[in-house]
Design a protein around this ligand. Structure first.
Ligand code: MIC
Ligand code: SF4
Length: 656
C-alpha cells in the first residue's frame, strides 16, 4: 500500500511505535524553534534537565512577540534568550527581526525535515514540505536535548485542490473556507495533506498562509507536496540546495478526504470572535471600519503586503479609518522599503510598524472601545486584541485594504467596479529575498557564552508525585472552546511575567473570573470543569503550569485541544474526559472526589475513573493516555519524571 507524504516523512524519523492512527509514536526532530514568550521557560527547563548543548541539526531562538520592550522585564527576557542561544548553541534572531514563522521560512525551513516549535503556528513551513508541529516548551527542550517527540499518530486527511483562484480570492479564503466547513475543532488530531491539480497554481507563500492557519482548525499539522514552485522559492532565497522532491504515492490511502474547487472561492471573512465564524464578505458589506491591520505570521509577508501597497498606490485611506502595516519580517520590510512601496503606503495614510507579533496578542494598536477592526491575522478570540468586547474580523490583505479605502467592509470586487481603475493586484514573489542580513546571530559566533538572568527570571516550579487521593472543589466551570488566551492572556501587562510563574499565576483565568487565582490559592487543591475543546489556541505551557502552581489537581472536560492536553501531562495535572450530561450536572462549587487510588490507577493503565460529586452522585470519567504519559503524570510532570529517570540511571535526560 502506498504512503501519504506525512507517512513518508514520519517513517524517515520514526524511533518508536508504528504508523497506525491513534497509536503513540516517537519521532526524531531535526529542527526546533522557540520565541521570546515561550522560550524563556524552554531554556530554563533545558538548564534544569542538566543539558548543556543543543543536539538537533538546528535550533533557532526568535524575539518577536514583545519587541517594543515596554518594560525592563521584556528586555531582560531577550537578553537571557540571547545568552541561552549563545551558551547552548542556537541561532538567535534579534528583537525586531521578525515573527518566528516568517523568519524561519525565509532562512531555515527545509522540505522533508521535522520541526518542533513552542508556538502553535509552527506548522507554517508545511507549505514547503516540512513536517512541522507546535508543542509546549518542555517538549521542545527535551527534543533539543536529543529526545524524541511523542504524539498519537494523527489521521491524515487529503484536501484535494482543484481549479485556480479567481481574481480577488486568495489563499486566506482557502483556509477560511476550511474553517467554515470544519470549525475550530475540525482538525484535532489530524494532519491535512493538500494534493490535486490546484496545488501547482499556488506559490509557496500562499501555501504557507494555508498551513499556518491550519492551526485554527486544531490540526496537528498541514503539509503540501514539493514541486518547481518550491524549488523556485528556495532558489530566490539562495537555498536551492535544500530542495527535495516530495510527493505522496499515487495509491496512498487517506483516513478522510475533502475537495475544494479553488475557482468556486470568493472573498471571505471571519466575523467576531472565532476564526470559524466565516461568511462571504458580501454578506457583511457596509459595516463601518475603524481600524485595518495587515501583518502576522499568516499574512505579513512581502507577498502579502505588496498587494495592499499596489491597491493603495495613488489613493488615500478614509480619514476615520486607521491602517497599520506590521510586516512579518525585517527582510520583507527592507525589501518593500528599497522598492519604494513603503513610501507609497505611507503617502496613502498607512502607519508602518516594526516587524513584530505585537497587536496580534494585544500589544500595541489595541482597538478603541466599541469599534471594528479588520485584520489579516489568524485569531480573533474575544479580548485577544487587548480590549474585552472587541469586534475583530479576519480576512485577506485585499479585503482589509479595500475596507481602509472605503471606510467600511466592502467586497473588493465591488470596490473595484465602483472605482473603475483598481485592478486585482495578484500575487508576486520578489526576485531575490535579500535584506536584514545582520539580524541573526549564529551559534558559531555567539555574543554571550554564559546565562544572563535578570531579577524577574525565576525557577521552574516542580510538582510532587500524584497522590492516591484526589479531591477538591470544582473551582470554575467553563463553557466550550475555552482558549489558552482565556487561561493566561498574552497582553503586555501580563506577558512580562512569563518568566516569573508565581506572579504570572495571579492572572490565571482572570478573563473568565478574576477571583479565581485567589480562590484557588485559598483552597486545598481543586478542579477545573470545561466543555468541548478545552485549551484551544496557543501552545503556551503556562496555561498548565500556572494552574498547577495554584494547586489545581485536574481538569474535567468534554474534550481537550491537543497541545494543551500534552501540557497538562507535562505539568502533572489529570485531564479527565466527561460526557455532556455529566458536564451539565456538575456545578461550580461542587465537591469532587476521584474515588480510586489515583496514583496507582494512573500507573496501572486504568481508563475509567469514578468521580463522586458532593458525596451524592457519581460519574465515570475517562483518562485517555499512553503508558509514557501515565508515568509522566504520576511522577508529577515531565521535568520531575525525566530527572527521576536520569537519577535512577534508567535513561539519559533526553530519553523521553
Ligand atoms: C499566539 O498566537 O497565541 C502565540 C502568542 O503566538 C502563542 C505562543 C505564546 O503564547 O507565547 C502560540 O500560538 O503558541
Ligand atoms: Fe505571533 Fe500572532 Fe503568529 Fe502568534 S499568531 S506567532 S502572536 S503573529
Amino acid at each position: 500500500m502506498g504512503q501519504t507524504l506525512t507517512e513518508k516523512i514520519l517513517d524517515d524519523h520514526l524511533v518508536e511505535g508504528e504508523l497506525e492512527t491513534g497509536e503513540e509514536i516517537g519521532i526524531e526532530i531535526d529542527q526546533v524553534l522557540t520565541q521570546d514568550t515561550t522560550g524563556t521557560l524552554v531554556w530554563l527547563q533545558f538548564e534544569a534537565l542538566g543539558l548543556d548543548e543543543v543536539q538537533t541539526e538546528l535550533a533557532a531562538q526568535y524575539c518577536d512577540h514583545q519587541t517594543y520592550q515596554f518594560d525592563f522585564k521584556n528586555t531582560d527576557d531577550h537578553r537571557f534568550l540571547r545568552s541561552a542561544a549563545g551558551t547552548f548553541g542556537a541561532y538567535f534572531s534579534r528583537p525586531g527581526n521578525g515573527i518566528c514563522h516568517n523568519v524561519h521560512k525565509e532562512n531555515f525551513a527545509a522540505p522533508g525535515k521535522t520541526l518542533l516549535g513552542s508556538d502553535s503556528h509552527t506548522p507554517t513551513p508545511g507549505g514547503l514540505g516540512q513536517l512541522a508541529i507546535g508543542s509546549g516548551g518542555l517538549d521542545v527542550a527535551v527534543a533539543m536535548g536529543g529526545g524524541a517527540y511523542y504524539i498519537d499518530m494523527p489521521e491524515v486527511v487529503n484536501v484535494r485542490l482543484e481549479g485556480e483562484l479567481p481574481e480577488w480570492a486568495t489563499a486566506k479564503d482557502v483556509i477560511l473556507e476550511m474553517l467554515r466547513r470544519l470549525s475550530v475543532k475540525g482538525g484535532v488530531n489530524k494532519i491535512f495533506e493538500y494534493t490535486g491539480p490546484g496545488v501547482e497554481s499556488l506559490s509557496v507563500p500562499e501555501r504557507t498562509t494555508i498551513t499556518n492557519m491550519g492551526t485554527e482548525l486544531g490540526a496537528t499539522s498541514s503539509i503540501f507536496p514539493t514541486d518547481e514552485k518550491t524549488e523556485d522559492y528556495l532558489a530566490r532565497q539562495g537555498r536551492e540546495d535544500k530542495y527535495v522532491e516530495l510527493q505522496p504515492d499515487e495509491d496512498a490511502e487517506y483516513d478522510d478526504q475533502l475537495t475544494i474547487d479553488l475557482s468556486d472561492l470568493e472573498p471571505l471573512i471571519a466575523e467576531p470572535s472565532m476564526p470559524d465564524n466565516v461568511v462571504p464578505v458580501s454578506e457583511v458589506e457596509g459595516v463601518d471600519v475603524d481600524q485595518v491591520m495587515i501583518g502576522s505570521c499568516t499574512n505579513g509577508g512581502y507577498e502579502d503586503i505588496l498587494p495592499a501597497a499596489k491597491m493603495l498606490e495613488g489613493r488615500s485611506i478614509q480619514p476615520d479609518t486607521e491602517m497599520i502595516v506590521a510586516p512579518g519580517s525585517k527582510k520583507a520590510s527592507e525589501m518593500l522599503a528599497r522598492e519604494g512601496w513603503t513610501a507609497e503606503m505611507m503617502a496613502a495614510g498607512v502607519n508602518y510598524s516594526e516587524a513584530t507579533c505585537g497587536a496580534c496578542i494585544g500589544i500595541g494598536h489595541v482597538p478603541g472601545s466599541d469599534s471594528v477592526s479588520l485584520r489579516t491575522f489568524n485569531r480573533n478570540f474575544e479580548g485577544r486584541s487587548g480590549i474585552e468586547d472587541d469586534n475583530v474580523y479576519l480576512c485577506s490583505p485585499e479585503v482589509a485594504t479595500a475596507a481602509a479605502i472605503k471606510g467600511e467592509i466592502v467586497d473588493p470586487r465591488n470596490l473595484a467596479e465602483e472605482l473603475g481603475d483598481m485592478e486585482a493586484p495578484g500575487f508576486e514573489l520578489p526576485d531575490a529575498y535579500e535584506g536584514a542580513e545582520n539580524d541573526i546571530i549564529t551559534p558559531d559566533d555567539p555574543v554571550d557564552d554564559d546565562l544572563v538572568k535578570g531579577p524577574n527570571i525565576g525557577d521552574v516550579p516542580l510538582k510532587d508525585e500524584l497522590d492516591a487521593d484526589l479531591e477538591g472543589e470544582a473551582l470554575l466551570k467553563m463553557e466550550d472552546n475555552i482558549t489558552t488566551d482565556h487561561i493566561i492572556p498574552a497582553t503586555q501587562d501580563i506577558l512580562m511575567y512569563r518568566s516569573n510563574i508565581p506572579k504570572l499565576s495571579e492572572f490565571t483565568l482572570s478573563r473568565v473570573d478574576d477571583s479565581f487565582a485567589q480562590r484557588a490559592l485559598d483552597s486545598d487543591g481543586g478542579f477545573l470543569v470545561a466543555g468541548e475543546n478545552y485549551g484551544q489556541g496557543s501552545s503556551r505551557e503556562h496555561a498548565a503550569l500556572c494552574p498547577m502552581y495554584l494547586g489545581i489537581e485536574g481538569v474535567l472536560a468534554q474534550s481537550f485541544a491537543r497541545i494543551h492536553k500534552a501540557n497538562l501531562f507535562n505539568f502533572g495535572l489529570l485531564p479527565l474526559e466527561i460526557d455532556a450530561e455529566d458536564y451539565e450536572q456538575i456545578e461550580q462549587g461542587d465537591d469532587i472526589e476521584v474515588v480510586d487510588d489515583v496514583a496507582e490507577a494512573v500507573r496501572s493503565g486504568q481508563e475509567e475513573f469514578t468521580v463522586r460529586v458532593n458525596d451524592d452522585w457519581e460519574l465515570t470519567a475517562t483518562l485517555d493516555a499512553s503508558e509514557r504519559e501515565r508515568e509522566i503524570l504520576a511522577d508529577g510532570g515531565k521535568l520531575s519524571h525525566t530527572k527521576k529517570k536520569a537519577d535512577s540511571g534508567s535513561g539519559a535526560p533526553a530519553d523521553d
